[in-house]
Design a binder for this molecule. Structure first.
Ligand code: ATP
Length: 890
């Protein structure tokens, strides 16, 4: 028998579980037995396999083969030295890749989904991977079903099962057993399947299958997805790397042929050529890019931006529009009722934050007790009953949890001496039509003696539209004509223009319990009154918006709130001036895409927008060539988050579905965090460029040195071991330390980078060629000079000049504009450390006797060393002059 055929008790019996949940110990035992609730994706490489991978490179194999051949014909020491360097090189490569993998894994763990369960009789949040059969899972709108569940309780629960069945219309769920055995998954209405998501309502279910045993797991086993997770930059660099490898092999071949023609020893010139190829192919490039991105992403977590998809780090640097929700992101989401209105009377509400103490002041400033007046009584009661926030009294303190709008209402009623707990006890909820941002209202039905009462609260215009009567000053329903509606709406507008969120409340009586039907519950209502709720703009959002502007990024606010409220907040945030363009959801719906696209780049506020409309906004912006970040929290935001270049989900208020669709999660729901992430994205990209500039220029210098020497009639300047040493030591450590560079001072004062812009843009290619040539030139001049003037050992001098000029270069390119002297040596300590270490390692190859043997060097005298240092510093000086020239021109 299948799970869907069984009754709820039977399911619990079979799972050896109880409707009151299982204990943590039992869950631990089951977890050990059935394994984690995870889809086993591709097997991860073991560290050993990763290490072995480092030797798989074709040129490395050739080099190893050549070294072995050379040892067979006598050069055992040389060959051994080459092998040692290769092993070290492989080890460094391994450490880099291992770190990159760990960093990505750490991010994955942070973004791992959680789920709400009942364990040990209490509700708690646990990692979804820890679920076991027998656990009771709670579901509500926006939750992704974490395992296969047999439903035990549903309240209007609807689930979208398109990931499993392909059917996009949500399925209404129930709990009754279904007798037929062989029905498709989509018809098993008392089941909720892993990987599907709740679109509406609430429910709970007991876990029957986890991990690969779920229906989703069975499909996943068939189609192991091989998604390409590389970023655009990584992909482009991979292609570029291939071309470069060909070029390097071409040049090495020339070096080899010329060497043979000149009568060099064949095995030596062959080793030199292959070493050159190994050194010139920047095999570390992809790993360094991954490290820079993933370590950068790990750093971003500290500033509350959690990257879910690595390519987002790159896209962040190109963002031109940030479209943000208002409530909670641009505002504090600490709501407080400021003003209330009913039947012509207005009161201001005093008090601080969520503290349930405050007064109701009439226009003359006198405190009034409203709790005794029947009309206000109904007003407060309606607002706390039609309300999902819950009060928890903890150690005598008063705490309310839930949606801040609703908390504000509960707190207000407490100030009036009408606590939510009392109202709920007296009038239990029997039916509901939940809130959703599209309807902009919600309705609840409550027992009222032997009758029933429904309350509907929502955006004022929506409530007024559905009201036929008004509760008058005598607490009697009286007619509500269009003029009166205009007057009430005018009062609402007045509050909205002050930046308040305005909600209306209405009621209706029934003799019999009414069904959950909007046509019955939300028609011909009796209007009671309205509340104006403040939600102050976040202080840091104003600064962040100004920063966006400087950085060539347009911030845009998208809100479900009233246009006047939106405008007021927009103005206070510095988002708009008097003439800024604003659009409402209604206007947007009526506007053909082409016409909308004409205006989209100028609109800064969208008000009364439904989440579905966000997709239209993203699309229009993208059609105009903009790169768009978009925030969202609900199920309906998911399509826009997916479509946006950077989809940003809220960490605190966001639903599973929104998070799953996003590229980045804001752990603090704060707009300023997006801007901080943009800054970090730009920095990371700059550092990748620094690394590329450094390694490629170094490689170019090495190539020029070896390639040009024969044409100038000089002997081969470097031995294979020198080339490999430079590749290992000089390129390795300082290059890596460049990725720790801080951001340039003007990082948020320059326009966003075009996403198609080459990583070699802004003169990098010419830099690589000319500085490389200069490095080659100073090395060859020192070689020629040494030979000509019999000054020092020429081999030692070339080797040292080449290495040290690269150190000068790395210091000079820390900034693309500033000079090192303005920047300060100590602002990148890892780099300074790497440069000093390389310097001393280099000296050790000259002065430590056994190293002299390996590297075939001779100690340099003081004068020789001084000349070597002087020549080496030329590259530094030249690049500083290049930057100074750039500063002069800009
Ligand atoms: P924003 O879109 O600015 O981020 P939001 O997401 O809170 O704000 P919605 O939740 O879409 O906006 O709310 C839209 C409108 O619905 C609000 O302007 C308000 O009038 C109404 N509303 C909000 N919360 C409730 C609620 N709990 N009950 C009834 N109506 C509500």
């Amino acid at each position: 028998m299948h799970w869907h055929q069984k009754g709820v008790e039977e399911v619990f019996d079979e799972l050896n579980a109880s409707p009151h949940s299982i204990s943590s110990e039992e869950a631990g035992r089951r977890l050990a037995e059935v394994g984690r609730n995870e889809l086993t994706t591709k097997r991860q490489k073991t560290p050993f396999e990763l290490l072995l991978d480092q030797f798989k490179d074709f040129m490395i194999i050739v080099l190893i083969a050549a070294a072995i051949v050379s040892s067979l014909i006598g050069e055992v020491a040389d060959a051994a030295a080459i092998l040692v360097i290769l092993v070290l090189n492989a080890f460094i490569g391994f450490v880099q890749e291992y770190r990159a993998e760990r960093a990505i894994e750490a991010l994955r763990m942070l973004a791992a989904p959680e789920t709400t369960v009942v364990r040990d009789g209490t509700i708690r949040t646990i990692p979804a991977a820890d679920l076991v059969p027998g656990d009771i899972v709670l579901l509500d709108a926006g939750k992704i079903v974490p395992a296969d569940l047999r439903l035990i309780d549903v309240a209007l629960l609807e689930i979208n099962e398109s990931s499993l069945t392909g059917e996009s219309a949500p399925v209404k769920k129930s709990v009754q057993p279904i007798s037929r055995e062989d029905i498709p998954l989509g018809d098993r209405r008392n089941m909720a399947y892993s990987g599907t998501f709740v679109t509406y309502g609430r429910g709970s279910g007991v876990v029957v299958e986890t991990g690969m045993n779920t229906e989703f797991g069975k499909i996943a086993a068939l189609i192991q997805t091989s998604e390409d997770l590389r970023t655009p930059l990584q992909r482009r660099l991979a292609v570029f790397g291939k071309y470069l490898a060909f070029a390097a092999i071409g040049i090495s071949t020339i070096v080899f042929v010329v060497g043979v023609i000149r009568g060099e020893q064949i095995i030596l010139i062959f080793l030199t050529a292959v070493s050159l190829a190994v050194a010139a192919i920047p095999e570390a490039l992809p790993a360094v890019v991954t490290i820079a991105l993933s370590i950068g992403a790990n750093r971003m977590v500290q500033s509350k931006a959690l990257i879910r998809k690595l390519p987002a780090v790159e896209s962040l640097g190109s963002v031109t529009f940030i479209c943000s929700d208002k409530t909670g992101t641009l505002t504090e989401n600490k709501m407080k009722v400021e003003e209330i209105y009913a039947a012509g009377e207005v009161y201001r509400v005093t008090g601080v934050g969520y503290d349930p103490h405050g007064e109701f002041l009439d226009p003359e400033g006198r405190a009034v007790d409203l709790s005794k007046q029947a009309r206000w009584h109904l007003f407060f009661r309606g607002l706390v009953l039609n309300n999902d926030a819950s009060v928890i009294g903890r150690n005598g303190t008063y705490e309310v949890i839930g949606d801040p709008t609703e908390i504000a209402l509960v707190v207000m009623a407490a100030k009036a001496g009408l606590p939510k707990e009392d109202a709920e006890q007296r009038h239990p909820r029997v039916e509901e039509l939940p809130f959703d941002s599209e309807r902009r209202m919600m309705t609840t039905v409550h027992a009222a003696g032997d009758r029933f009462i429904s309350y509907t609260k929502g955006a004022l215009d929506v409530i007024l539209e559905r009201s036929a009567q008004e509760l008058n000053a005598q607490a009697k329903p009286s007619s509500l004509n269009p003029e009166q509606k205009v007057k009430i709406a005018g009062k609402g507008d007045e509050l909205a223009a002050q930046g308040l969120r305005v909600l209306g409340i209405a009621y209706k009586f029934y003799d019999k319990k009414p069904p959950a039907d909007p046509d019955i519950l939300e028609r011909n209502l009796i209007f009671i009154g309205l509340v104006g709720i403040v939600d102050p703009p976040r202080a840091e959002a104003k600064e962040a918006i100004a920063l966006c502007r400087q950085a060539g990024i347009q911030p845009v606010m998208i809100t479900g709130d009233h246009p006047l409220t939106a405008k007021n907040i927009g103005r206070r945030l510095g988002l708009i001036n008097e003439h800024a363009d604003m659009l409402t959801g209604e206007e947007l719906a009526g506007l053909p895409l082409v016409e909308f696209e004409e205006r989209v780049q100028y609109i800064r506020i969208y008000a009364r927008v439904a989440p579905e409309q966000k997709v239209k906004i993203v699309k229009a912006l993208q059609d105009k060539g903009e790169i768009c970040a978009m925030t969202g929290d609900g199920v309906n935001d998911a399509p826009a988050l997916k479509r946006a270049d950077v989809g940003v989900a809220m960490g605190i208020t966001g639903t599973d579905v929104a998070k799953e669709a996003s590229d980045m999660i804001l752990l603090d729901d704060n707009f300023a965090t997006i801007v901080a992430a943009v800054r970090e994205g730009r920095r990371i990209y700059d550092n990748i460029r620094r690394f590329i500039r450094y390694t490629m220029t170094s490689n170019s210098g090495e190539i020029w040195t070896i390639f040009l020497a024969p044409f100038l009639g000089l002997p081969i300047p470097l031995l294979p071991i020198h080339i490999l040493w430079i590749n290992l030591v000089t390129d390795g450590l300082p290059g890596l330390a460049l990725t720790a560079e801080r951001s340039e001072a003007d990082i948020m004062r320059r326009p966003p980078r075009h996403p198609k812009e080459s990583v070699f843009a802004h003169g990098m290619t010419s830099h690589i060629i000319w500085v490389g040539l200069l490095m080659g030139a100073v090395s060859l001049v020192s070689q020629a000079g040494s030979l000509y003037f019999k000054f020092g050992d020429w081999r030692t001098m070339v080797f040292t000049v080449l290495t040290l000029s690269q150190m000068g270069h790395v210091l000079a390119i820390r900034s693309e504009k500033q000079s090192l002297f303005t920047q300060g040596l100590l602002t990148n300590k890892p780099l300074l450390g790497a440069v000093l270490l390389t310097f001393f390692l280099q000296l050790s190859t000259i002065y430590v006797p056994f190293m002299q043997e390996i590297f075939k060097t001779k100690p340099l005298g003081v004068r020789e060393l001084a000349v070597t240092l002087a020549i080496s510093s030329l590259v530094f000086v030249a690049v500083e002059i290049e930057k100074a020239w750039g500063r002069l021109r800009s």
